[in-house]
Design a protein around this ligand. Structure first.
Ligand code: GDP
Length: 423
């Protein structure tokens, strides 16, 4: 069975928490896109972990974790992440972690280019996390990227790096007027952080193909949500990769297969990190209260997240582009402190009311039509069955389910592994 766990909204929906829970039924968990630009927070009996690059299944010793070809990998960051987990007593070995030979390497000059470009843009910046993600994906498509498999062929790698750097330094010095990167230094960086990873590098596609034949359960874990997808998201305020479920098998290495089950992770309210249109956004005290209650600060960057009520228009669109077959509604417990719960039911764009998610200028100009639900005013984090939820909470969940047109099969009422209602 192939399962995708994907974000329905702008990211930070609690995917890490759901993958951690769902990975119990999985043999293999794969990351298939993105780099260390976002973080998954997982809280379980072993402690609290922020994972940027490693798949969330890494916290279970009986799950094999795959970092697929669709990813971009900052070697130094990955080494640091592995080291941190080892210190916390988690064993990581090539039996339990496999890195695609086709994943692209995010180099220090990509990080520098990302920062230089954000500084050049000043107020018009896209809100990049400055981890080099857009430059490395750009180079991948320009066919000027190094890949993980190149680390296994050091002579060819050294030669290729020379050509790539001659070209890259033209941009660094000519476009941005910054100091050129030193070839020897980059070679040393590749050796220092690449050598410890060599034993993990393999053809993950071949490995997964065999696993499919053996009837193994494989899960694809997305980073970021539908609205950050490079094609379907709020372009250009998107990530640089495909975050949609359909890309899972491609980015993991088995493009001939399709996903059987798509679990969309959807938050009970809206949050958004960084720049770009965010129609549901609330401001002032109302926003600050929700932000504090939900602990809405970026896992990778610590940036305060923008917050708002649940957005039916954006979420219905997210459910559609993800092809979600079911939904997990997360952080319902956070709304317990609200007397009135705002929801965005439609948008007004230039005098017209719509429920279709717009793009570009129309999205920027969209104004939310907000309705309020009565709150339930009690702590629900101890509820383990839908019937234990207060009536108003049940009404809220039922209404959302109908509004987005997809069954809600999980309701998360806390960050801990077991704080979940299976509907
Ligand atoms: P991800 O990138 O989608 O995994 O999301 P993040 O890790 O950025 O944000 C999710 C945060 O909310 C983490 O701190 C989780 O531990 C926490 N979380 C997830 N689900 C719930 C929930 O149902 N209730 C509460 N209170 N916290 C949750």
């Amino acid at each position: 069975m192939l399962t995708s766990v994907v974000g329905i909204n702008w990211g930070d929906e609690g995917k890490g928490r759901m993958v951690d829970l769902l990975s119990r039924e999985q043999d293999i968990v794969c990351r298939y896109q993105g780099g260390n630009n976002a973080g998954h927070t997982v809280v379980n009996p072993l402690g609290k972990f922020i994972l940027n690059l490693l798949p969330s299944g890494i916290l279970r010793s009986d799950v094999v974790n795959v970092m697929g070809n669709g990813m971009v990998i900052d070697l130094a960051h990955l080494c640091g992440e592995i080291e941190k987990l080892r210190k916390a007593g988690i064993e990581i070995s090539p039996k339990h972690l496999k890195i695609s030979d086709k994943a692209a390497i995010c180099m220090p000059y990509h990080v520098a280019q990302d920062c230089l470009e954000e500084e050049r843009l000043k107020d018009a910046k896209y809100g990049s996390t400055r981890r080099g993600i857009a430059p490395i994906y750009g180079d991948k498509y320009l066919k000027k990227a190094l890949r993980m498999g190149d680390l296994l062929q050091p002579d060819a790698l050294a030669e290729e790096l020379k050509h790539i750097m001659a070209w890259k330094n033209l941009t660094i010095t000519g476009v941005y007027g910054a100091k050129a990167f030193d070839y020897e230094e980059m070679l040393r960086w590749l050796k220092t952080y690449g050598d410890p990873l060599k034993d993990y590098i393999c053809d993950t596609g071949e490995y997964l193909e065999d696993a499919v034949k053996q009837g193994k359960n494989i899960m694809f874990e997305a980073q970021l949500g539908a609205l950050r997808d490079i094609d379907f998201g709020i372009y250009p305020y998107t990530s640089s990769s495909s975050t949609v479920a359909a890309y899972g098998p491609i980015g993991a290495g088995i493009p001939g297969h399709s996903v059987d089950r798509v679990i969309g992770i959807m938050k009970a309210y809206s949050t958004c990190v960084g720049e770009g249109p965010f129609t549901a956004e609330m401001f002032g005290e109302e926003a600050e209260n929700l932000r504090k209650a939900g602990g809405e600060y970026g896992a990778a960057t610590g940036r305060p997240r923008r917050v708002g009520g649940f957005d039916v228009v954006a979420s219905r669109y997210g459910v559609r582009v993800q092809g979600a077959t079911e939904l997990a509604l997360t952080k319902l417990d956070i709304l317990s402190s609200l007397e009135k719960i705002p929801v965005v039911v439609s948008y007004d764009i230039h005098g017209k009311t719509t429920k279709s998610f717009p793009m570009g200028k129309a999205l920027t100009d969209a104004k939310p039509n907000i309705e309020y639900f009565d709150g339930w005013g009690t702590d629900i984090s101890g509820c383990r069955h839908i019937n234990e939820l207060p009536e108003n909470a049940r009404k809220y969940v039922k209404w959302i389910e109908e509004a987005v047109g997809c069954p809600i099969t999980y309701i998360s009422v806390g960050a801990e592994r077991e704080e979940i209602i299976r509907v």
